[in-house]
Write a protein that binds this ligand. Structure first.
Ligand SMILES: Cc1cc2nc3c(=O)[nH]c(=O)nc-3n(C[C@H](O)[C@H](O)[C@H](O)COP(=O)(O)OP(=O)(O)OC[C@H]3O[C@@H](n4cnc5c(N)ncnc54)[C@H](O)[C@@H]3O)c2cc1C
Length: 541
């Protein structure tokens, strides 16, 4: 007897949920190949042309027709589109009934649902209505000895339990995380699409949909974040956890935590992710030093891509990760941080360079403020700290972060320096060359005010050297700052010499001299209307 089909349920609530559903379809196709059966997909929604209402706006979901075509191309043998005007608003209780009725009619073998709150609820109600089996959080759907085995984390993720269907239970609902597979790029399978217009829908008693809409952004930064970086016990202490903050800041994301960092007060409780914390649905989730207990992974399963870093290759987190890195998080995170900060500064530089003067008034749209704030907060710096580190005023930083002005390129370079990021690593080759040329030009303009004669030509490498320096008459040039080992002696022959020693100003008249430690930065300038001539003697060790 040939085996019944595997079905997968397509969640069309958002583009992200639909991508997750396609990944689950890919997983089902792999299992079907091993089991010698086919996969069909079930899509539920309103028929085309259903008018939108306050509680059911079909345009808020992924379009049924396009989704069906995509699923058929990926490899679903049949895509069943179950439609009725009352199905415009996704409701787990209603969809589960529709799905269960169809399961009872057609009797598939397994029904895969993407692992998220909606999938969990639909699977539980559907399994109860069909009196079918239910396998939750199946990280690895396998065939073993001709039998379906759902490998699922158990005991806080400490073990992986192999769950099978008891004899006499031919059907099971299975929730499957969408990780670890890729959606084919240009799929070209020729699945069939069958639309079934349902004549009658029995609305469940006791519940009615009052309103439907997106939740307000306020207070939901973590749950709504597109990027989340989670730190766990493996980071060791508050300082180690700081690496997670830095990476989140550099990636423009939010910080999350497992229970131990919260219990140790490395981070606020509102950052807890998991069964007793928040559920996140980012496009990218980086999880560092987290073993992958089910109570934690329950809160991250709807993430689009999970990158896990753990030094234990057998940590359960690798079962749910799309990309797993076995290694020391305290070594890897600083490297990732450096790259992420470079690319954040690059984005800032690109956005700044792309602005024309007239666009600068539109700087708020460029979002500079958010990038600067994230980079600053990632370091736990106040606005005053950043102002101090970049030589700006706190008001300048406040205005920048409020998107009231766009940053000059010099500020970006100053920020890179303050963050100890070599600008050479995020500036393009031609930009580096332009900066080098500008510096050389400036140096040339500043030094051309000087000329000197070496009085000890044979002593280029000796300890004692003497020069006759002529500095052009008072000019509007920035004096060059010198700094070298040893001692320096200056005797003024003609004109007035302005000497800045570190921050202290000296004026020397003809016949006057000074002797100082040349380790101290010093600048020379003529203060006369005539050129100033001096004898300079250098003693180096
Ligand atoms: C009823 C109940 C509800 C719970 N709810 C939640 C919840 O909502 N959220 C939650 O998070 N937990 C929850 N827990 C706790 C949960 O069971 C785990 O104990 C917790 O998630 C473990 O956190 P962890 O992964 O950070 O720590 P651990 O399990 O201790 O894992 C630390 C990991 O770090 C790795 N590591 C160590 N050093 C390094 C290094 N230098 N570099 C890289 N990797 C390293 C280790 O190999 C290990 O895998 C709950 C527990 C119960 C009983």
């Amino acid at each position: 007897m040939s085996r019944a089909e595997i079905w997968t349920f397509g969640d069309l609530r958002t583009a992200q949920q639909w991508r997750a559903s396609q990944k689950v379809l890919v997983k089902a196709l792999t299992l079907a190949k091993a089991a010698g059966t086919a996969v069909s997909m079930i899509l539920i929604g309103a028929p085309a042309g259903t008018p939108a209402t306050a509680t059911s706006d079909p345009s808020a979901c992924v379009a049924l027709k396009e989704a069906a075509e995509q699923a058929a191309a990926i490899g679903a043998q049949t895509v069943y589109c179950l439609t009725h005007p009352l199905l415009a608003a996704p409701r787990a209780d209603l969809y589960a009934r529709v799905l269960a009725d169809f399961v009872q009619q057609r009797k598939p073998w397994l029904i895969f649902l993407p692992l998220n709150d909606f999938g969990r609820e639909t699977a539980a109600i559907g399994a109860q209505r069909c009196q079918a089996g239910l396998i939750a959080d199946c990280v690895a759907p396998l065939m073993e000895n001709g039998r379906f085995v759902g490998r699922c984390p158990a005991w806080g993720g400490q073990i992986l339990a192999d769950i099978v269907l008891a004899d006499g239970w031919p059907t099971a609902f299975v929730t499957v995380p969408p990780h670890g597979v890729q959606i084919p790029v240009n799929p070209s399978a020729l699945g069939r699409i069958e639309t079934i217009a349902l004549a009658r829908i029995a609305l469940p008693d006791g519940l009615s949909l009052v309103q439907r809409g997106l939740e307000s952004e306020e207070g939901k930064r973590l749950e709504e974040a597109e990027t989340v970086v989670v730190g766990g016990a493996g980071l060791g202490d508050m300082q180690g956890f700081g690496l997670v903050r830095e990476l989140a800041g550099a990636l423009g994301g939010e910080v999350g935590a497992t229970r131990p960092p919260v219990m140790n007060h490395w981070v606020d409780e509102e950052r807890l992710i998991g069964q007793t914390g928040k559920t996140v649905r980012p496009k990218l989730l980086v999880s560092a030093g987290t073993s992958g207990a089910v109570q934690y992974t329950a809160g991250i399963m709807e993430s689009e891509t999970i990158v896990a870093i753990d030094r234990d290759p057998s940590a359960p987190i690798f079962q749910v990760a799309d990309i797993g890195i076995v290694g020391d998080a305290k070594t890897l995170l600083p490297l990732l941080n450096q790259r992420a900060q470079q690319s954040a500064l690059r984005r800032l530089a690109d956005a700044t360079c792309a602005l024309t003067p007239s666009q600068e008034e539109d700087a708020p749209k460029a979002g500079f403020g958010a990038i600067v704030r994230q980079l600053r907060e990632a370091r736990n710096w106040s606005q005053a700290d950043l102002a101090h580190a970049t030589g700006q005023s706190p008001e300048f930083i406040a205005h920048l972060e409020a998107d009231k002005l766009s940053p000059p390129v010099s500020f970006i370079l100053g920020m890179a320096q303050a963050m100890k990021i070599d600008p050479g690593t995020f500036l393009r080759k031609e930009e580096r060359a332009a900066i080098r040329d500008r510096r050389a030009q400036a140096y040339y303009q500043r030094t051309q005010a000087y000329s000197y004669v070496t009085l000890t030509p044979e002593a280029a490498n000796s300890h004692l050297r003497a020069f006759m320096i002529t500095i052009e008459a008072q000019r509007d040039h920035k004096p060059v700052a010198y700094k070298h080992d040893g001692e320096e002696f200056i005797y003024v022959l003609e004109g007035d010499l302005g000497l800045t020693l570190d921050t202290k100003e000296h004026t020397l008249k003809p016949g006057e001299s000074i002797h100082f430690n040349s380790d101290v930065p010093h600048k020379l300038k003529s203060l006369s209307t005539q050129p100033t001539r001096c004898l300079v003697v250098l003693y180096t060790v």
